[in-house]
Design a protein around this ligand. Sequence first.
Ligand code: CA
Ligand code: CA
Ligand code: CA
Ligand code: CA
Length: 563
Amino acid sequence: MADIEERRGAVVLGLRGRRRAGLLALGGVGLAVLAVAAATGAGVGGPGRPGGGAGAAPSDPVVPRFVEEAPTAGLEHAYEGASEFVVGGGVAVLDCDGDALLDVYLAGGSAPAALFRNESEGAGALSFERVPAAVTDLEAVTGAYPLDVDGDGLTDLAVLRRGENVLLRGLGQCRFERANEAWGFDGGDAWTTAFSATWEDGGSWPTLAFGNYLGEASTANERLCHDNELHRPIANGGYGAPLALSPGWCTLSMLFSDWDRSGRRDLRVSNDRHYYSDYSAGQEQLWRLEPTAEPRLYTADDGWQAVRIWGMGIASHDVDGDGYSDYYLTSQGDNKLQALADGAAQPRYRDVALALGATAHRPFTGGESLPSTAWHAEFDDVNNDGLVDLFVAKGNVEAQLDHASRDPNNLLLCQPDGTFAEAAEEAGIVHFARSRGAALADFNNDGLLDLLEVNRRENVTLWRNVGAGAADNPRPVGNWLAVRARQAAGNRDAVGAWVQVRVGERTTEREVVIGGGHAGGQLGPIHFGLGRATSAEVRVVWPDGTEGEWQTVPANGVIEVER
Ligand SMILES: [Ca+2]
Ligand SMILES: [Ca+2]
Ligand SMILES: [Ca+2]
Ligand SMILES: [Ca+2]
């Protein structure tokens, strides 16, 4: 049943029960706000008493508890393969059947990739069902990213492979069809390990960037990185021949992001120094993209400073609150958190990982002190206190003796002073499989972000966040909101928008991006923790810079902001 109330020109629609279709067309002018499936049923919306209780000091964030449910949830899948699949292992999180439950597409390496439909019932245990189909059960898949390429409102998939990349057009009901030929997309034959997408200059089709690892010309003695590729759309949709983004330095993550808030999204590229064929030239990269010009690399003349890491993954969030995104770059014993050093006039960054307690360079438990190997990273608020936390997936490449073999993933909780503190052990998520890709996503719409990790040669791990409670009695740890921005045509999911949520004096904003992480990404609502606030103000700054209106919405629901 639905409760509908009018407020400030927006329509707020609260739906109880599970699996309501998220999209309702509302008439009238202005923005429509839909609240969908606030299915907690656990009293979250009470007068704001997070699970830490009144005794929790401000300096003592509540640690959420997680329970592992992959076997009982029906998620049986591993990222397989020998050295040719030593990198990759991503997961795409998307709603492929429009039931407001997030489904997953998992890379399989030498084994087939696998699509799983989310069949979870309400706020309890997680449940998935394999959706077998030749078109999605592809082999040699390293990762995948969801996006709506053709703007039909159905989410498509960019599938990264060791070999030809494939664009899969979403047909609804979690069915897909190969679209390389229909869209003129040349999937190439490279070893692809990274992806990002942006809609340049208000175009209706996205520009696609594919990041590649070692090239075919490599020999045992000479490792040569493959160029990366940029696929720009042509008039009336579809793609022409790709542009080479050269040189490539063995890319493992890339991200289009409006780093200077200019309205232009440049392409950040994270590279694995292990294979720089010219060590003096290899480095992290930032490509400047003007819609009508050839991409060009930022150089020292622009303020860009050479950074050389074993780049594996990128996560972005404005950690220091200066209004500009900061970038967490995973590596081996050398993770960086890059913040603008002198404002946005130049892309000059300083590393604030040490100052903020986010280096995560060695295992925090497990008995080894060798450096860590970090892969996927993701900023999200796992304890709903309004402070955005950081998850880092880790695992030895295979058997590197100079890096930790027991290398647990990190759950770094943001504290009120802005520093991060390790909480994985208390959260109950410590294990020693070799993780690669991952996703923080609310798989049962109870407002608590769950965690899916892809592991090399071992089953995925699926952690249900039970907050301050237990498996049979989850308890909320704070109020929350999940926001999805939608436009009428073209860039339907408003990629490039900034979603802003204001509670009292504090505004948290997230850029809507496709890319980053390690070989996988998400397309769905963006999660915001609200702490004890029972309502929040929400605004979207659209990809063209248009500022929407602030609207007050009640806590504990998924809302869509449309224009
Ligand atoms: Ca679904
Ligand atoms: Ca589509
Ligand atoms: Ca938090
Ligand atoms: Ca959840």
